[in-house]
Design a protein around this ligand. Structure first.
Ligand code: 5GP
Length: 173
């Protein structure tokens, strides 16, 4: 069942602008490739990259770990790889939400093995109390408590991604 609004569209827009400003000042002199982690990142990724004043290359990667539930299966499977060559590039991995840290830890390893110049992590949301693996998140939008959220790209069983606000989701029963 769709619950209370955790973050409104206005709060999201403000934080996206703040993150874009921070990232922009970090982009000077770099050769950036922004890699969005599908599908949850899509709205955040497009809003964020359009706020940047630097030109950046974009690509996408897709993993699967949640199935149709609200807790991670703990196994990350690569569904779609990037097509860009990241050797000697400055990679910005853009994630919707960091929960246990498993997805990012695996993806950082995968990207590092391809010899980028640097890897930075950008996440709209973080649930620090749920972390099982410490991952270095360089740019964080909001920290939230341990609730399952949907909207602005985030789904429950592929639903609710297109909601403009982020809501708590309470599974039936
Ligand atoms: P992790 O590997 O850090 O445990 O989980 C990361 C992925 O789990 C996120 O990219 C996202 O797809 C999913 N996830 C984690 N927490 C939530 C949540 O509260 N809501 C939704 N919709 N997905 C979540």
């Amino acid at each position: 069942m769709l619950g209370r609004v955790v973050l409104s569209r206005d709060q999201i827009a403000n934080v996206v602008e703040r993150l874009a400003e921070e990232i922009d000042s970090d982009l000077e002199g770099r050769s950036p490739v922004f890699i969005g982690i599908l599908k949850g990142c899509v709205y955040f990724f497009t809003d964020l990259t359009r706020c940047l004043s630097h030109t950046v290359e974009v690509d996408f990667i897709q993993t699967s770990s949640y199935g149709t539930g609200t807790t991670s299966s703990g196994t990350v499977v690569l569904v779609k790889d990037i097509t860009v060559d990241v050797r000697d590039r400055d990679v910005y991995l853009v994630e919707d939400i960091v929960d246990t840290g498993t997805t990012l830890a695996d993806l950082i390893q995968l990207i590092e093995a391809r010899h980028p110049r640097s890897v930075q992590i950008v996440a709209l949301l973080s649930k620090p109390s749920r972390r099982k693996i410490e991952v270095p998140v360089d740019f964080i939008g909001f920290e939230i408590e341990d609730v399952f959220v949907v909207g602005y790209g985030l789904d429950f069983a592929e639903r609710y991604r297109n909601l403009p606000d982020i809501h708590e989701y309470v599974p039936e029963g």
